[in-house]
Design a binder for this molecule. Structure first.
Ligand SMILES: Nc1ncnc2c1ncn2[C@@H]1O[C@H](COP(=O)(O)OP(=O)(O)O)[C@@H](O)[C@H]1O
Ligand SMILES: [Mg+2]
Length: 144
């Protein structure tokens, strides 16, 4: 059974751009729905005690503003290829949020790059990608 509802995670990295490209190609070939999701990480929990709530809100707003251009670029790329995507920004731990989104929206394939932004160079596979492969309920395509 072919995939009908694809989720791709974008973080602005070159690797995630490659993943997006593959996800769009797949959606096109399979006639599948495409969901493009970016997850914004909250301030490190350890620091929260020392930061006033309004500053946290400000930080989160800034993070959201930062990912918007990257999501727009991704959505435009999909549209140029004849796919009208569902686009969403979520807040939290990236792998967890992507998994929850996939479960809640009945996605049947999660597509990600094998590296992301700011990962440890020594890791062969990024932590988000690794956790998705290990724990997601859906098939995961890690694009190299
Ligand atoms: N915050 C995020 N929101 C959406 N997708 C993400 C996010 N972080 C990573 N991804 C996806 O996971 C892929 C691998 O990134 P990751 O595992 O985080 O590597 P690294 O550890 O190098 O940052 C990315 O190419 C992207 O497709
Ligand atoms: Mg990462």
């Amino acid at each position: 059974m072919a995939f009908k509802n694809i989720l791709v995670g974008v973080d602005g990295s070159d690797s995630s751009k490659k993943a997006l490209k593959k996800a769009v190609e797949l959606a096109k070939i399979l006639g599948a729905k495409l969901n493009i999701v970016a997850v914004v990480k909250p301030i490190e929990l350890a620091a929260i005690d020392y930061i006033p709530p309004e500053d946290i809100e400000q930080y989160e707003m800034e993070q959201i503003e930062k990912v918007k251009p990257c999501l727009k670029e991704a959505a435009d790329f999909a549209r140029e290829n004849g796919i009208e995507p569902a686009v969403k920004i979520l807040e939290g731990e990236p792998a967890e949020e992507l998994m929850d989104y996939a479960d809640e929206n009945n996605c049947d394939l999660i597509v990600v790059g094998y590296r992301g932004k700011g990962g440890f160079k020594k890791l062969l596979l990024g932590s988000t990608a690794g956790n998705l492969v290990k724990y997601a309920n859906q098939s995961v395509l890690v694009v190299k």
